[in-house]
Write a protein of this length. Structure first.
Length: 331
């Protein structure tokens, strides 16, 4: 009897994805209460495919121990958790789940903007703690959003979706990029600003939508906070290490900026107590893609990516770095 190829998942994913995988593979999910790294090192060499989360580091050393591995389908848009050079060296195609998170992440970005500038979380706490004593002229004053300047760093699909939502607030929309955006710049009436310092000085809200790379590491740090308006807000739904977290905490404490809305953190899942204790922050637990629709579609996409490889085709969502490489599945 011929055995089915085996796929290893580091975590459980929505049932639609699991059911699709079970039609083609023997499916195994790591035990959540035991060390992920220990289990991967022990089990992965005997598996044909791997579906990890962004939080799971897939090192080159691990990949070199897995000659049987035919493909990795990352359950995320980002893939900086995987040693891509080693994957190319080992002839292992890597795929991700692009596009499906756009609306979910853009919606959450706007939730953070509104909650931060209008002090919604603080207001909720006031009501729940029964400290609300009635309306007063200067009670819980926040910031107007309508008419402000929204600055977007990373004018890709998500950045463009955030900009589109801003038009309802009659905002001026700027974006920082070395090259013009292809995402409806004329329709959205967006202004490209090439000089980063001028960009930081001119925006009331700065929203980050860039991947994490060597180039974007600490893209926003002490020097950048010094340039930003004292009544500006920083919103980050991209990657935690794009921002120097120590510099951010200092900027918030010292009043260099008015506030921040954060969905990602430097050393997730650890969030520094100094950051948690600040009342001019709104913090969410990395839920940018956390809608039922988006997560189910992600599950379907990772299954389809490895099914394609097993059937002798390139995965539909192979990462850009591998599109020109000769890897398994490119028949």
């Amino acid at each position: 009897m011929q055995h089915q190829p085996r796929v290893l998942l580091t975590h459980n994913i929505p049932k639609k994805g699991i059911d699709l995988l079970k039609e083609h593979f023997e499916v195994y999910i790591l035990e959540p209460d035991n060390s992920i790294d220990v289990q991967l090192n022990k089990l992965l060499p005997s598996f044909d495919y791997l579906i990890p989360l962004l939080s799971v580091r897939i090192s080159g050393d691990l990949l070199r121990k897995c000659p049987k591995l035919k493909g990795i389908a990352n359950y995320a848009v980002g893939y900086n958790n995987i040693d891509i050079d080693a994957a190319i060296e080992c002839d292992i195609p890597v795929s991700n789940t692009p596009d499906v998170l756009t609306n979910a992440t853009a919606d959450l970005t706007w939730g953070l903007i509104l909650a931060s500038m209008r002090r919604i979380v603080e207001g909720d706490q006031e009501c729940r703690q029964t400290s609300f004593s009635g309306w007063a002229p200067e009670y819980m004053l926040g910031y107007e959003i309508t008419g402000k300047t929204l600055g977007i760093i990373g004018m890709g699909r998500i950045g463009a979706a955030v900009a589109k939502r801003a038009t309802g607030f009659d905002m001026k929309i700027c974006y920082y990029s070395r090259s013009p955006s292809k995402y409806n710049s004329e329709l959205l009436n967006m202004e490209q600003i090439i000089d980063f310092k001028n960009f930081l000085k001119s925006c009331d809200i700065i929203s980050l939508h860039v991947p994490y790379t060597e180039e974007t590491h600490h893209l926003i740090g002490e020097n950048e906070f010094d340039l930003m308006k004292k009544d500006s807000f920083l919103i980050n739904t991209s990657r935690g290490k794009v921002v120097d977290e120590v510099a951010l905490i200092n900027a918030l404490k010292e009043g260099k900026i008015a506030g921040a809305g954060l969905d990602v953190y430097y050393n997730e899942p650890i969030i520094p107590k100094e950051l948690r204790d600040l009342n001019n922050t709104v913090l969410t637990p990395h839920i940018g893609s956390a809608t039922k629709f988006a997560r189910e579609l992600m599950a379907k996409m990772v299954a389809e990516n490895i099914i394609a490889i097993e059937n002798g085709f390139p995965p539909p969502n192979i990462i850009p770095e591998m599109k020109k490489e000769s890897v398994k599945g490119n028949h």
